[in-house]
Design a protein around this ligand. Structure first.
Ligand code: BMA
Length: 888
């Protein structure tokens, strides 16, 4: 196979005025306009509003490429683009050769007859998505409604384009376009492997991998197919492919084909081989090869074991006379048994993942695209977000249906990091057409995506859509005529999506919608909690108090969230100094939920004293967000096994704004993310208030029961001990258990001057260390707890606004460990709550935040600064927020 990589610089012409500038592909139009200096930063101020014209224009992307005589004469020569966004035509040397209107399908165009030896010109014309959607709407026999947001582009549901590009309640409306992931000209003679779909079965320790191969042959022929399975931990399989073949890019494109001359794989890395000979007809056909593997290392989700991956090389070679070079496809696979246990039980319908026989509590968040501008969705950005997820003890993400089927890079990273993926199909918060044309587009899309992604061990479940079932009840038209829209929904969801998934990936669960009570059940899973997955939004959208989380017992809560503002440093990046007030025009522009600011401020008045300024308001918004989500997760984790999953809304941000995210746009951690690392820890202690009772609950997602001593104390804010209890306890394996409980009103002391503090010290630690370390690391040790081996928890006894918090007089000492790495010792004279260190002028990552600092118990935190600094510079930049400081 020969491949000419067409990534790099193309020209970008605005068709209406013939103006030209460069565009780097893979990449998008708005990013190109920004790079050429023609438009201001779309994320700054209210600039987005001035950029709506971009999505109303037609654009021409063009470049030349050279073909030698032999290549130009190839009987099979294709232009391939993994993602074309969205309404596009492709021309070569002035002749239109293809059209495309679905960014979720790979485009492959036959170039034969269109190219010449020497210089050729390729042009991709991307039509205005907004105009295309409006003209589709005009042709509809009846309205197909969709949800809109403060800045929105109309009828986005009629285009197979990333839905959130048209604006969302956390994102800008930037109707960009472009070519993403990979773009190339490829040539190959002879049969090729389009996709490979492994299926696993096990008998004792003996596994069989049956690989379904989707093959394409230009002519009927006889082929030999071989499969080599190498242990990736030791394999050198990849290095045997010459760099020029661009294996990385090939794998990215998920076509994965490369030349086969290099099969000299060291024998000791191969764990299984198989060879078969088949007769193939011309065109597409499916064949399979089977591999037997004895006792492979297993793939586990993060926190449960290693992520063993094996490299599978599949080659196809025409046999007999006329046999050309063969064709190879490389994929990574993982051995694991995974099922979604969704069964009728005494409560309703269960919902949990079982992996290799272990019942997994799914801990994680919802994934939206990494950036509103596709050019910025680099591997480094994806990896940093996913690393932060794993660092916060997450093992599951939901790829939400308003974004995109992610790049191959994303799924590979999830395979490597052990992140189970709940994969929505790309339909969200709207109704969708069900005419033959739309359905056939979606059919091609889903068949491509299932075949492309099926081999990833991280892929755990296919789900039809995000809230598209519930949306039938949202719009006047569909409320008036629900039958019509239920029929449309069913045709698309079950008739096309479900059908294709069941056929092509029968070993994975097909879940109809999120939320859903299960197949053929159309209940309201925003309020009913006994069956399937729930989206619980009453805290936030309905303005209920945090305690309302304790009114529901979801089986699997796949969405719930609470907004916060980003940090002052992020705000400074988009709002000029005179706009740094939460109700200024720029701040309101960066708040896309119509009631967002009111809900944030209302919550402050409910629980806290009014913050004393802008920076304090930003900080306090993050405190309450962390408190909200912790309340929900700790309660739902305590219900294990009745509840077996919590995925909060949302992990990251597509631009700098107020939102439900736990990571800011630049990837830095909000207080919620630090809190998530604690409340998602495999071994965790929580204090929960329920029905007038305070409970200390131990949570253990490991397979080892843990014995330890629990100490619960009522501490005065000056650290005086008002009362204390001690118990020897055990936290059983894979379980949550109540270790201690007390009636709240029976607790001694003044609730406005004291709080509850609990510590759990494991028996083995207790025996080994009669004296704890003088100054334990915070966050660096297990679970970020005070004592690296122990667990701790604390809670106020009343609303924080009623508490008489003293000034803790925090003392800090900064030591330099290396150019950009520092340790900071913090001590206080009285208790400091929700402590957040901030290095506003330099930026960087702190090892912990959101903790309580007790007098006489100094802690050490680490700080990795962005850039080289002295200890004094860090000292001067360091601000220490804590609750009392927010209103003083
Ligand atoms: C949901 C999601 C998103 C939305 C979020 C916050 O239900 O599915 O569409 O952004 O809530 O409102």
């Amino acid at each position: 196979m020969v491949r000419i990589d067409l990534s790099g610089i193309w020209s970008l012409t605005r068709v209406s005025d013939a103006s030209v500038r460069p565009i780097v592909l893979p990449g998008d139009i708005i990013s190109a306009l920004l790079a050429s200096g023609e438009i201001p930063d779309p994320y700054s101020g209210t600039n987005e509003l001035e950029l709506q014209w971009v999505g109303r224009e037609d654009w021409l992307l063009a470049r030349d490429f050279e073909l030698d005589r032999a290549m130009a004469a190839m009987p099979e020569l294709f232009f391939e683009a993994e993602v074309i966004d969205t309404v596009a035509t492709v021309s070569v040397n002035g002749r239109q050769i293809a059209a495309s209107r679905n960014m979720f399908r790979r485009l492959r165009v036959d170039l034969c007859g269109a190219v010449v030896p020497g210089r050729n010109r390729i042009e991709v014309r991307i039509g205005s998505p907004e105009k295309a959607a409006v003209s589709k709407a005009a042709a509809l026999p009846y309205p197909v409604p969709y949800s809109t947001y403060p800045v929105s582009s109309p009828h986005r549901n009629l285009l197979r384009k990333e839905q959130c590009m048209s604006g969302w309640d956390w994102g800008p409306c930037l109707m960009t376009g472009g070519i993403y992931d990979s773009v190339a000209i490829v040539s190959h003679t002879g049969p090729r492997i389009e996709y490979a779909r492994p299926r696993f079965s096990r008998s004792g320790t003996s596994w069989t991998v049956r690989v379904e191969l989707d093959l394409y042959a230009t002519h009927a022929c006889s082929v030999g197919i071989s499969a080599l399975l190498a242990d990736r931990a030791t394999a050198t399989l990849r290095e045997t492919v010459p760099p020029a073949a661009g294996l990385a890019a090939q794998r990215e494109s998920a076509i994965g084909a490369t030349a086969t001359e290099n099969t000299d794989v060291p024998a000791d890395t191969i764990v299984a081989t198989a060879t078969e000979v088949f007769e193939l007809p011309a065109g597409l056909s499916t064949r399979h090869v089977a591999l037997a593997v004895e006792a492979p290392r297993l793939w586990w989700p993060a926190g449960y074991g290693n992520q063993a991956l094996y490299g599978l090389r599949l080659t196809v070679q025409e046999t007999g006379a006329g046999a050309g070079t063969g064709y190879a496809l490389d994929i990574d696979i993982g051995f694991r048994e995974l099922e979604m246990v969704a069964e009728e039980d005494s409560i309703g319908r269960s919902m949990y993942f079982r992996v290799n026989g272990r019942d997994i509590f799914a801990k994680g968040a919802n994934w939206i695209p990494a950036d509103a501008l596709p050019s910025r969705r680099t591997r480094a950005r994806l990896e940093s977000l996913l690393d932060s997820a794993v660092a916060a003890n997450m093992n599951c993400l939901r790829v939400w249906g308003g974004g995109r089927y992610e790049s191959g890079e994303f799924y590979r990273l999830c395979d490597e990091k052990g992140i189970l993926l709940w994969q929505d199909c790309m339909f969200s918060c709207a109704l969708y057409p069900s005419d033959a044309d739309f359905l056939s587009e979606v059919d091609a899309e889903i068949r491509h995506q299932v075949r492309r992604l099926q081999h990833h061990p991280s892929l755990a479940l296919w789900c039809g859509n995000n809230e598209a079932l519930g949306a039938i009840g949202w719009y006047e038209e569909s409320r008036k005529n629900p039958e019509r829209y239920y029929i449309d929904y069913d045709r698309l969801n079950e008739g096309v999506l479900g059908k294709a998934v069941r056929e092509l990936d029968p070993d994975r669960t097909w879940w109809p919608s999120s939320p859903s009570a299960g197949p053929e059940d159309f209940s309201d899973n925003w309020h009913v909690d006994g069956r399937g997955d729930m989206h619980y939004w009453s805290v936030w959208h309905e303005g209920k108090p945090f305690s309302a989380y304790l009114d529901v017992k979801p089986r699997f809560c796949s969405e719930f969230g609470f907004q916060s503002f980003p940090s002052a440093r992020t705000v400074a990046g988009f709002a000029p100094a005179d706009q740094r007030n939460v109700t200024s025009p720029v701040m309101e522009h960066h708040q896309r939920h119509p009631k967002g600011n009111s809900l944030i401020l209302d919550t402050m008045t409910r629980y806290f004293r009014m913050p004393s300024g802008f920076a304090a308001t930003l900080y306090l918004s993050q405190v309450q967000q962390a408190m909200a989500i912790r309340t929900a997760v700790e309660w739902w984790r305590s219900l294990r096994p009745e509840c077996m999953g919590t995925l909060y809304w949302q992990l990251g941000d597509v631009w700098p704004a107020a939102s439900w995210s736990s990571l800011e746009y630049d990837g830095s951690w909000k207080l919620l993310h630090y809190e998530a690392r604690r409340f998602y820890a495999p071994l965790h202690l929580a204090l929960i208030e329920k029905g007038g009772e305070i409970r200390a609950v131990g949570m253990n997602d490991t397979k080892i029961p843990r014995a330890g001593r629990l100490q619960v104390r009522i501490l005065g804010f000056d650290d005086s001990t008002v009362a204390q209890w001690q118990e020897e306890t055990e936290i059983p394996a894979d379980a949550s258990t109540c270790l201690w409980r007390a009636r709240k009103e029976a607790l001694p002391g003044d609730p406005t001057r004291s709080f509850v503090h609990a510590e759990w010290i494991p028996a083995e630690y207790d025996e080994r260390n009669t004296l704890g370390p003088d100054c334990p690391a915070s966050g660096g040790g297990k679970d970020g707890q005070e004592n690296p081996e122990s667990l701790s928890a604390w809670m106020f006894r009343t609303e924080p606004k009623r508490c008489n918090l003293p000034d803790p007089a925090i003392f800090r000492e900064v030591s330099r460990l290396s150019d950009n790495s520092f340790s900071i010792r913090l001590s206080a004279e009285s208790c400091a709550f929700h402590v957040q260190p901030v290095a506003a002028t330099m930026g960087g990552h702190f090892s912990d935040a959101g903790f309580v600092l007790l007098p006489g118990k100094p802690i050490l935190i680490g700080f990795e600064a962005n850039g080289v600094h002295t200890a004094q510079e860090v000292e001067e930049s360091l601000e220490l927020w804590h609750l009392a400081a927010s209103y003083r």
